[in-house]
Design a protein around this ligand. Structure first.
Ligand SMILES: Cc1cc2nc3c(=O)[nH]c(=O)nc-3n(C[C@H](O)[C@H](O)[C@H](O)COP(=O)(O)OP(=O)(O)OC[C@H]3O[C@@H](n4cnc5c(N)ncnc54)[C@H](O)[C@@H]3O)c2cc1C
Length: 412
């Protein structure tokens, strides 16, 4: 069985490594001209890291990322609502990683080239269409540089891991239109900054109405560390405005972001100083898409953001793509016919990820902050009198169980 993958993002690269580990030949076709370190920080949860550890990538991840120790949820004014240990500190057998998205992608890319060979990823090849017959699928890739003749490839299976604007998805759902946007913009940046707390912790201040997210994404360099931040604010009425272009490289000015960043407080962190110190600020609309009724059509299926783009809440974007890859490649290795494998994959993964998409729309675990702010808009002296421990645990623990199965978690 030969597999063709469209897209060398986190989902596509992981799928290739897992195909290789199961003896399934595959090739990736990536639209970008080169795999560059684009993006800022992401978090990858233990249930996904376990899959990467099984691929032997833990040491490489340690050289570029941070093993996350603690996550604290705060009100916008910086009052603590909930704090919990993460990864191995919470009893998991593997860590959670806070990591630069581009450096993480590079770890996967290098492993693919190393294990599958230097030609395993064809760059500058954009999936433009495909046709299927009884024996296989023929995919066409245009030359992403000049739109030229490109390349036609024959395989038994085509996996569309081509992100939120997936060509595969558009082929099956022609009338779906653009991603859904509710008026929220994310500004992101990172700066080399004096180590905050223990150098392994993250904080989220504020919920659905507006939040500030903070975490380190690289190992310490002496007394400093690359610190990632995100400001999420609803700035437009989606009924009358169109979202800004969703290019991960689109920059925003300091003057635009600072007034919004100043609305948040995190103990021990000079938010304004951090934002000012960031060499670039990126703007991206927070968007997702409705869950689909089907991902699989014959020998073609969707994976990762192509299948279930979701709000970046609860660290699940990349994590769920990795779980998709595991499920799909296991099914391919097991099934007698590729079609049966793709169906089995969809049956297992579609309902689970649809629930994550829906829950992220109402804030995911960060709903605990919204609830505290709603009940005590002017702040509190004791969170226990506002939202009991059991209530807070039910919100955050319920989300974790839904996204990753039963959790071993220790609350700080
Ligand atoms: C450049 C970039 C930067 C990002 N930065 C961040 C970030 O800072 N923080 C964050 O939380 N999330 C970020 N994301 C999103 C995050 O990586 C995903 O939500 C998550 O990792 C799921 O990954 P995926 O592989 O399904 O999709 P993606 O990571 O979107 O990868 C899809 C890949 O497919 C390629 N592609 C697209 N169309 C085609 C086509 N027609 N043919 C072939 N290839 C195609 C894209 O170039 C990309 O490499 C970024 C995504 C991208 C593409």
């Amino acid at each position: 069985m030969r597999v063709v993958i469209a897209g060398a993002g986190i989902g596509g690269l992981t799928t290739a490594l897992m195909c290789h580990a199961r003896g399934i030949p595959c090739t990736i076709y990536e639209a970008a001209r080169e795999v560059r370190e684009v993006g800022v920080g992401i978090n990858v949860l233990p249930h996904a890291i376990r899959e990467l550890a099984a691929l032997g990538l833990l040491d490489e991840l340690d050289t570029v990322g941070v093993r996350t120790r603690e996550l604290t949820y705060l009100t916008r004014a910086g009052q603590e609502v909930w704090s919990e240990l993460r990864g191995t500190h919470a009893g998991h057998d593997v860590p959670q990683f806070s990591i630069h998205r581009g450096r993480f992608q590079k770890v996967l890319y290098d492993a693919v080239r190393d294990r599958l060979g230097p030609d395993a990823v064809k760059v500058g090849r954009r999936l433009s269409g495909f046709i299927q017959d009884e024996a296989g699928v023929t995919a066409h890739f245009t030359d992403a540089v000049d739109g030229g003749a490109g390349q036609t490839v024959r395989a038994e299976v085509l996996i569309c891991a081509d992100g939120i604007h997936s060509v595969g998805r558009r082929t099956f759902y022609r009338d779906e239109g653009p991603p859904s946007w509710q008026g929220v913009v994310m500004w992101r940046g990172a700066a080399e900054w004096p180590v905050w707390k223990d150098g392994e912790s993250m904080a989220i201040a504020g919920g659905l109405g507006g939040k500030f997210v903070l975490y380190p994404i690289a190992p310490r360099m002496g007394r400093t560390q690359l610190m990632n931040w995100v400001v999420n604010v609803r700035i437009k009425d989606p009924a009358v405005s169109t979202p800004p272009p969703d290019s991960w490289s689109r920059q925003a000015s300091l003057a635009t972001v600072l007034p919004h960043a100043r609305r948040f407080a995190v103990p021990g962190m000079d938010i304004e100083g951090l934002v000012r110190a960031s060499p670039a600020i990126f703007e991206y609309p927070m968007a997702d898409r409705d869950p689909l009724p089907r991902w699989t059509f014959g020998r073609v299926t969707l994976l990762g953001d192509a299948a279930h783009p979701m709000y970046p809440v609860g660290s699940n974007g990349a994590s769920q793509a990795i779980l998709d890859a595991r499920c799909l490649t296991d099914a391919l290795a097991r099934a007698e016919h590729p079609r049966a494998a793709l169906w089995a994959y969809e049956k297992e993964r579609l309902p689970k990820t649809a629930e994550v998409v829906r829950t992220n729309r109402i804030g995911g675990p960060e709903r605990v902050i919204d609830e505290a702010e709603k009940r005590a808009p002017a702040g509190f002296t004791d969170i226990e009198t506002v939202l009991s421990f059991e209530e807070r645990k039910a919100i955050t623990g319920g989300y974790a169980t839904m996204t990753a199965g039963p959790q071993i978690r220790r609350v700080v």
